[in-house]
Design a binder for this molecule. Structure first.
Ligand code: UDP
Length: 471
């Protein structure tokens, strides 16, 4: 190892960032990369397909030391590569299956680069990036866009997954996790259920998680005060302590392109609403509610009498007829992309009906709004358990993709959620968790210190090349 007066010399890392090009994964990894680069002066190269370049333009504009590495899927017309190009609209796990086609082009790029990468940071669905890091003889840090509870649950399940059978085990007990949490089989993360159902593609996903567990380090978008026991559990599972809680990473600054005139109007409207009076409704980027759920939701928002913003996403959403006109004074429907982080952080935001995708959960927690949990699939039941049961900082509003809530009952939930005289205990816990999230990210806070520690370990580790078996 190179030394200066006996002290290992430090070398500034150059990070190759490999995101999964699905927004729920891409956005938090870019938020994290932005923080790493702007706080620690770390240069980054972000691998991205040319067609996805527009998705990272706001990030590039706000991260001076970041560069994009446009990369193409191997020619789909050649038979040996045809499996590398994902079908349009792929589910993100299936996308991951196609992305190993990037390994060779990335390797060639790194080998011919004057300042080759000294570390690979990849999304947690891209286990194959471990092979790339090994080829380059550099460490890999897995960025987990899920919470530590969910990641620990996945680790537990993948290890014991073969005996898992919905018929013989209708309830799954995660007995290697703190508190031995139990879930109905239906609430087990979808990636595991699909594997159990025998879809051969998912063997690849499982192998990716196995490779993740061998990575040099793990950065998790969470904070100590929220998930300390599950973070400790991950250290035990991975067999080392390079597990850094670096969140919440959501950063509106590096997500925001110029605000559209529609967004400006939305924020002017919010400015005129009383504090904590608005219910925000959004189910993330993947879930498309069926018409019966949309109808029930619309009826509940109307009957609640509450102010609301309903982000209905891209595509055609058939809302109850006349709803927008009848609620024009107190409601806004956002079609397309809603500036969620800024909406939640606005003082008028009071409650958030969420599908409990991890980003949304954490963004809601950080904003201190009352979370109304309606988990649908994936890791969402685990996230809901964390905020509703373990922290008491949220209320369960509905459960499952098949649920069609009674509009009257849901209307009462909306009304109570923005009635400051109700749910004092939940409100107090949500505020305390938000304060802890803010403290974690401030200078000297736990997530700040963790990120600092991660960079220092990297600099020291990379004064000399790592042996391949780096643990
Ligand atoms: N998001 C947004 N505007 C929208 C929909 C989603 O800004 O109209 C962002 C949201 O802030 C979050 C991410 O997209 O950061 C969704 O991630 P999450 O994990 O909550 O759900 P997923 O889309 O992965 O199901």
């Amino acid at each position: 190892m190179a030394t200066t007066n006996g002290v290992p010399s430090r070398r500034r890392p150059h990070v190759l960032v490999i995101p999964l090009p699905s927004r729920g994964h891409l956005l938090p990894l870019l938020d994290f990369a932005h923080r790493l680069s702007t706080r620690h002066g770390v240069p980054l190269t972000v691998a991205v397909t040319s067609s996805n370049l527009p998705l990272i333009s706001a990030f590039l504009a706000s991260t001076p030391l970041a560069a994009a590495l446009p990369i193409e899927f191997p020619d789909a017309s050649s038979p040996e590569h045809s499996s590398h190009r994902p079908p349009p609209g792929s589910h993100h796990a299936l996308l991951a299956i196609h992305l190993p086609g990037f390994r060779e082009p990335l390797l060639s790029w790194a080998r011919s680069h004057p300042d080759p990468p000294t570390v690979v940071i990849s999304d947690f669905f891209l286990g194959w990036a471990q092979h790339l890091a090994d080829d380059l003889r550099v460490p890999r840090i897995v960025f987990y866009a899920s919470g530590a509870f969910a990641v620990a649950a996945l680790e537990h399940l993948w290890k014991g997954v073969l005996p898992l059978d919905p018929n013989s085990s209708p309830v799954v007990v995660l007995d290697s996790l703190p508190g031995s949490p139990a879930f109905p089989y239906d609430h087990v993360p979808s990636v595991v259920k699909k594997y159990v159902a025998g879809d051969p593609d998912w063997e690849f996903v499982r192998e990716g998680f196995r490779l993740n567990a061998t990575a040099w380090g793990a950065a998790v978008n969470t904070f100590d005060e929220m998930e300390s026991e599950f973070l400790e559990c991950l250290k035990r599972f991975f067999g080392h302590s390079r597990v850094w809680a670096v969140g919440p990473v959501a950063d509106s600054g590096c997500r925001r392109a110029e605000r559209s005139p529609e967004a400006e109007q939305l924020f002017s409207w919010l400015d005129a609403c009383p504090p904590r009076s608005v219910v925000y409704v959004c189910f993330g980027t993947m879930y498309k509610p069926p018409p019966a759920q949309t109808a029930a939701l619309g009826a509940a928002l109307e009957a609640s009498g509450a102010r609301f913003i309903w982000a209905v996403g891209a595509g055609v959403a058939v809302l109850p007829e006349g709803l927008e006109e009848r609620t024009a004074e107190r409601g806004r429907v956002v079609r397309g992309w809603a500036p969620q982080v800024d909406i939640l952080r606005h003082p008028a935001a009071g409650a958030f009906l969420t599908h409990c995708g991890w980003n949304s959960t954490l963004e809601g927690v950080a904003a201190g709004v009352v979370l109304l949990a309606w988990p649908m699939m994936a890791d969402q039941f685990i996230d809901a358990r964390l905020v509703v049961d373990l922290h008491g900082a949220a209320v369960q509003a509905a459960e499952g993709a098949a649920a069609v809530p009674d509009p009257g009952t849901l209307a009462r939930v909306f009304a109570d959620a923005v009635d400051g005289t109700k749910w004092a205990d939940v409100r107090a816990k949500a505020s305390a968790l938000a304060a802890a999230a803010a403290e974690a990210s401030e200078e000297g806070g736990s997530s700040w210190v963790a990120l600092d520690g991660m960079v220092k370990e990297l600099e020291t580790a990379y004064a000399s090349p790592l042996p391949i078996d780096h643990r």
